[in-house]
Each structure stands twice: as C-alpha cells, then as structure tokens.
Design a protein around this ligand. Structure first.
Ligand code: NAP
Ligand code: 3JN
Length: 337
C-alpha cells in the first residue's frame, strides 16, 4: 500500500456493535483517516453515525462501494465478507476482516499485532482478525509459550452477550427487566433464557460434538502462534454479562514452570496487564475490563497436580481487543510499514 499522510477508510457493518466500536477507536487513536465511508445494509442507508464531531451518512454496502478506498474494515458477518471482500480487494483495498470467513484460508494472515505483525503484507488483500475468545487467550499464552513451550491448553470461556451483537445485548436487558416484573421471557437471539443462566453453546454445533466457536479457538490458536503442535481443549459458554469475555485457562508446558518468570513475562508483554493480588480481592473482572484496551490476567497459580502446568484467569473487552481494537491495530501496523 502506498504511504500517505491520511487514508481513505471504509467500515462495512458500521452500524453494528463492532462497527460502532471501530469508529470510536479510529477516532480515539487518531488513526490517519482522510475520509470515512460508513457502510451497512439497505435498512440503515441514510442514517448517520458520529465521527470526529460530525455525522457521517451510512450507505448501502455494494460491490461498487470500494472505489478509491485504501483500507476497508469489515464487521458485517461472514456471508457479507465472503460476498464483498473480494470486490474490495479488486478495487485495490486492504481488507481487515472481523468474520471467520477468511481466517483459516491459506495465504490469508490471521493477526494479533503483538504476536505476529510480521505476517501482515503490504499489498491489496485480506487480513483476518481472529475470534475474540482466541485473541485474549493467545495474548496470555504467547509469553508463556516463549518461555516454556506450551503443549496443551484446557479452556472454559464465560462470554458476554455483546459477542452476539446489539440485539443480544437488548435481549439480556429486556429479560432482566421482565423477570424483575414477574413476567415470562421469550428468547429470540438465544435458544434459551440468557438472564440468570449460562448456555454452553456458542455458534453452531458440529458433528464432532464441539461448537464452531470452540473449533475456532483450536484452529486459530495454532495459526497465530505458528505452532500446529499446540492442543486446545475448549468449552465455550455464554453468560449474562454485557461486555467482556472471561476465560479459565489451564496450560501444560514442556518444562517445569517458575511462576515468578511467568508473572514477569506476562507483565512485560505489550497489551497485557497482570491483576493478581488475591489477598486484596484483586483479580480481573469483566466490569473492570469493559472499555479498556488491555487483556487482564490474574489468578496465576501452579496446577497442584503437575509442575509443568499452571492456571490463569484472562479477561478482556471483547468488542475492543477482541474485535475493533485489534482490527485498528492491524491497520496501524499496516500503515507503519
Ligand atoms: P451486529 O451488532 O448485529 O451488527 C451487524 C452489522 O452488519 C450491522 O452494521 C449490519 O447492518 C451489518 N450487516 C448485516 N447484514 C448486512 C448485509 N447484508 N450487508 C451489509 N451490512 C450488513 O453484529 P456485531 O456484533 O457488530 O458483529 C458483526 C460481525 O462482526 C459478526 O457477524 C462477526 O462476523 C464479526 N464479529 C467478530 C468478532 C470477533 O470475535 N472478532 C466478535 C463479534 C463480531 P444493519 O445495521 O444495516 O443491519
Ligand atoms: O460469540 C461471541 O462472543 C463472539 C462472536 C463472534 C462471531 C459472531 C458471529 C459470526 C463470529 C466470529 O467472529 O467468529 C462470527 C463469524 O463466524 O464470523
């Protein structure tokens, strides 16, 4: 991509939960945007979104939307990315795609900039943003892998409803209110009531008994860490939290673990903060991580059954580091080249 003082940027899916976070983060981080094009479905065409103190009109996403655009951030679902990202690349864009449509495609970089920014190319093409649950987990795993080489990870996620978009956030709010008022609830986004409940079901079930979300965590971790030998055993769970995903992670390494070295490496890793003073009741919390950029890691402790294993509690804002922030960081790495 040609180096410029400022870039023509498009956001496809700008009206969604991730798209709105993208606009906010582009503005907050003063990404060099010459002009912002907001794209969404025909339903939103003509509405406006705030950016740098002005209202930007939303246009319908079509194959012709990308003429003159340098960077297109996509967060409008996998089907939309499959349909429109190739047209954007054809028009000369670098596409940074938040969906799962291209993540495992050979030749498409799958990037968490703190880990594998080197995978980003400079030519028009697609760069994939990983799944939110994968991003925050690999941010905590990478410094440990560099120290002791990870063999296997057993992870349970506690994923907030914002991971399912704006309608799911509205559904949780409505169900809480309806139950407070003694009324019945009528689940629509999820197959069951989400208020006061935990659903061990994220994305669709596959023939092997795992969900697609769980398979994303297995396959994407290997691609980002550039190590197909890492085994990941995930259970992904939706919980009645608005923002931030939490994860209980058990890590098995090749060598015995010195916990102090792990703490130091995690604390020194860009984008990670260690919050781990259990004596003061200090550990990562979803409500504290919401709105923040860092992945918070705490409850760092050895597995009592094996000196090569440890346990962690990892929390991050899924709309920011899990999606929009990571995508903007990829764009920043791209323009720095
Ligand atoms: P959302 O709140 O439901 O928003 C969906 C967005 O996509 C809206 O802007 C919507 O436009 C737009 N859209 C839907 N169908 C479209 C079409 N046919 N043409 C153009 N625009 C269309 O969902 P979200 O939470 O922002 O998530 C959006 C996507 O981002 C997800 O489907 C997923 O692929 C990806 N995502 C990734 C992560 C991650 O882990 N990295 C996390 C969450 C989401 P309208 O408002 O006009 O309907
Ligand atoms: O459920 C979550 O917490 C994260 C959701 C991610 C998501 C939602 C809809 C479609 C994805 C994703 O990023 O993997 C997709 C998708 O498959 O593109």
């Amino acid at each position: 991509m040609i180096k410029k003082d400022a870039y023509e940027v498009a956001v496809a899916g700008a009206t969604g939960a991730v798209g709105r976070a993208m606009l906010a983060i582009l503005e907050e981080r003063q990404f060099p945007v010459a002009n912002l094009t907001c794209l969404a479905s025909a339903r939103s065409a003509g509405s406006t979104l705030p950016f740098r103190g002005k209202e930007v009109e939303v246009r319908e996403l079509t194959r012709d939307s990308f003429k003159g655009i340098d960077i297109a951030l996509f967060s409008a679902g996998g089907g939309t990315s499959k349909e429109f990202a190739p047209a954007a690349v054809e028009a000369g864009c670098v596409v940074i795609d938040n969906s799962s449509a291209w993540r495992m495609e050979p030749g498409v970089p799958l990037v968490v900039p703190e880990i594998n920014a080197h995978a980003i190319g400079g030519e028009p093409g697609i760069i994939a943003n990983p799944n939110c649950s994968t991003i925050q987990m690999v941010m905590a795993l990478k410094p440990i892998h560099d120290l002791y080489k990870i063999r296997r990870v057993v992870v349970s996620t506690y994923q907030s409803v914002s991971g399912s978009g704006q309608k799911a956030m509205d559904e949780l709010g409505q169900q809480m209110q309806q139950l407070q008022e003694g009324k019945g609830v009528h689940p629509s986004v999820y197959p069951h009531q989400i208020a006061y409940n935990c659903l061990p079901h994220i994305d669709v079930f596959l023939e092997n008994g795992y969900t697609k979300e769980e398979m994303k965590m297995i396959n994407e971790t290997r691609k980002i860490m550039e190590d197909d030998s890492i085994d990941v055993s995930p259970t992904t769970v939706r919980v009645p939290v608005m923002i931030s995903h939490s994860e209980a992670v058990n890590v098995e390494c090749e060598q015995e673990i010195d916990l102090e070295r792990v703490r130091e490496s995690l604390a020194a890793f860009p984008g990670v903060v260690v919050v781990d003073s259990p004596g003061k009741n200090e550990y990562p919390l979803a409500i504290d991580a919401a709105g923040k950029d860092e992945v918070q890691v705490g409850r760092i402790r050895l597995d009592l059954g094996n000196p090569r294993c440890l346990n962690l509690w990892v929390v991050a804002d899924n709309l920011r580091k899990g999606a929009a922030l990571n995508a903007v960081q990829i764009a920043e790495a791209l323009v720095r080249r």
